[in-house]
Design a protein around this ligand. Structure first.
Ligand code: UT7
Length: 323
């Protein structure tokens, strides 16, 4: 027998304010047609002025706890992936811990930009397998609207705010491909590409900065690397493309999502797509897609999922899990 990290609950939260592409036409030399055709994005949610990343995360966490039928004091840990924390420190994870009234266990943030949720799942999985924790709340939460340059049409139309959360619990299993839970992980980074996607601020500058991206270069890396990492994770699990029921990709661009599905020889009927409604929510995009995919009735117990993402760093990776 082996220990697996099994999904017990999922939930998400989107801020109330919805911004349609057409709103950007008022202030920028852009169009709904350009944004839709180049990215697949139609609208996105933006946080209210007094709403922080930890607020969004807490709402998503409560929804995941409800879905799992668990209370916060049953959790051993909170791992929160974000690149837009409320403050430089303490972590958003400790803020969520306090908001949930969780007085035991441990909580920390993890930063791998758009690949953050993949890294967080990998970390939670390793902690569950090694026996450090039995129940972990894994959150992806972002308020990218706070770090957008509203005069830069090449970035500000692409991102949105939101949060998603998953609860993983240790379960004994036979150690086979048919087990439920996380079956394999593939993580990568290459810091030589740090200049093609970054925020031009931080502690060394005294400002939190704005997103800067050479979109077409990131696009090329995404097309090359996402199917490769998904297939590497599948191979580690002893599985192949045709075993996959659902691809749950990072939601940055519909053309990247389609290109990756095509490389993996899957039709778009087997891909969970939310990019049209959320835009790119960075570390929140995958847990949002998992939660929405489940609510739509797409993702069902026993389904084999492969989830993949790429983000600033570059960082990229994939997780294979049976729901
Ligand atoms: O989540 C982290 C990972 N991030 C991503 O995966 C994003 C990856 N990149 C992309 O999604 C795409 O590269 C974009 C959607 C950002 C851009 O699409 P593209 O097909 O790569 O376009 P491009 O950057 O090559 O730009 C084409 C043209 C340029 O004009 P010129 O130089 O050809 O005259 C841009 O100035 O589109 C122009 N452009 C715009 N036009 C209207 C850039 N942004 C806009 C805009 N509205 N908002």
């Amino acid at each position: 027998m082996v220990t697996r990290a099994v999904v017990k609950g999922v939930g998400h939260y989107l801020p109330e304010r919805v911004v349609e592409n057409a709103e950007f036409e008022k202030t920028l030399d852009t169009s709904d047609e350009w944004i839709r055709s180049r990215s697949g994005i139609e609208r996105r949610h933006f946080a209210a002025p007094d709403e922080t990343t930890s607020d969004l995360a807490t709402h998503a966490a409560r929804a995941a706890l409800k879905d799992a039928g668990m209370s916060a004091d049953e959790l051993d840990a909170v791992i929160l992936a974000t690149s837009t924390p409320d403050l430089t420190f303490p972590s958003c994870a400790t803020m969520v811990q306090a908001a949930l009234g969780m007085k035991r266990g441990f909580a920390f943030d993890l930063q791998a930009v758009c690949a953050g949720f993949i890294y967080a799942l990998a970390t939670a999985n390793a902690m569950i397998i090694s026996g450090q924790a039995r129940r972990i709340l894994v959150i992806g939460a972002e308020t990218f609207s706070r770090i957008l340059d509203w005069s830069d049409r090449s970035t500000c139309v692409l991102f949105g705010d939101g949060a998603g959360a998953l609860i993983l619990e240790a379960a004994e299993a036979p150690g086979e491909k048919t087990d439920r839970g996380i079956l394999a992980v593939d993580l990568n980074s290459d810091g030589q590409y740090r200049d093609i996607l970054y925020a031009d601020g931080g502690v060394s500058t005294g400002k939190s900065g704005h997103v800067r991206m050479q979109g077409n270069q990131v696009f090329r890396h995404a097309i090359e690397k996402l199917a490769a990492t998904a297939e590497a994770a599948l191979a580690k699990a002893g599985l192949r493309d045709e075993d996959v029921d659902w691809i749950v990709p990072h939601q940055a661009n519909i053309r990247i999502i389609r290109g990756t599905a095509k490389k993996m020889k899957h039709s778009m009927d087997q891909v969970v797509v939310t990019v049209q409604d959320h835009g790119n929510t960075s570390a929140a995009s995958i847990p949002l897609a998992l939660s929405v995919g489940k609510a739509r009735g797409q993702i069902r117990p026993g389904d084999l999922l492969v989830t993949e993402a790429i983000g600033g760093g570059l960082t990229w990776g994939a997780v294979v899990l049976r729901w």
